[in-house]
Design a protein around this ligand. Sequence first.
Ligand code: ADP
Ligand code: ADP
Ligand code: ZN
Length: 216
Amino acid sequence: MINVILLGPPGAGKGTQARRLVEERGLVQLSTGDMLREAKSSGTEMGRRVAEVMDRGELVTDEIVIGLIAEKLEGATGGGFIFDGFPRTLAQADALSELLVMLGQSLDAVIEMRVDDAALVARITGRFTCGNCGEVYHDQTKPTKAEGVCDVCGSSDLRRRPDDTEEALRTRMLAYYRDTSPLIGYYYAHKKLRVVDGLGSIDAVAADIAKVLDKG
Ligand code: ADP
Ligand code: ADP
Ligand code: ZN
């Protein structure tokens, strides 16, 4: 089973493509954003600590995020992981590589999804998700078929994220360019980097990712 990282700025389409890979290839999606949102809503001490940081659009500490990923990986048998939104710093990238070595796993590819800033703002400000099954929608590019009802599970619990505002997005983009974009060079040097154009339709991007993964 392959292990891949989806790398890209907020709104690039990582979550959308990760869900397709789960469906089409039986991979396991590991989204640190989803894990942190779960912690946030669980009312634990850690949840309270991360809530404010996330809502402002800043990065949660490496220690917390690496801990979450380590917990998931330690209980796992075999590979087949899609890392979505992790790693986001060089320290996280080093920690992941150590964890994979411990599991006897390797990283097959890091897919950089390239999208320009104007498109990101449009994507983030139109995003909403199903609170029940996690399906990701967009007001313009991927509306639900029936108003207010999830296509996949029929739930009417459709939500917008508190950090999907223009202000928090500016902070998130800054964090991406400052702390996360150095990973592009890091994985290029490790010969793992593959670039796809993230500006096409969801199907077109999925086809490009499939090409990259099937070429090995
Ligand atoms: P996006 O749609 O911006 O890619 P995510 O759902 O991946 O959003 O992340 C939402 C927020 O969760 C981030 O802005 C950050 O506060 C926190 N977060 C998620 N993953 C990480 C990570 N690997 N390191 C630090 N903070 C993270
Ligand atoms: P990320 O996980 O990278 O933050 P998402 O997968 O949540 O990104 O996508 C952000 C928003 O853009 C969502 O509303 C999603 O429906 C929409 N979207 C994702 N991929 C595309 C695409 N290729 N074309 C148009 N809209 C897209
Ligand atoms: Zn749903």
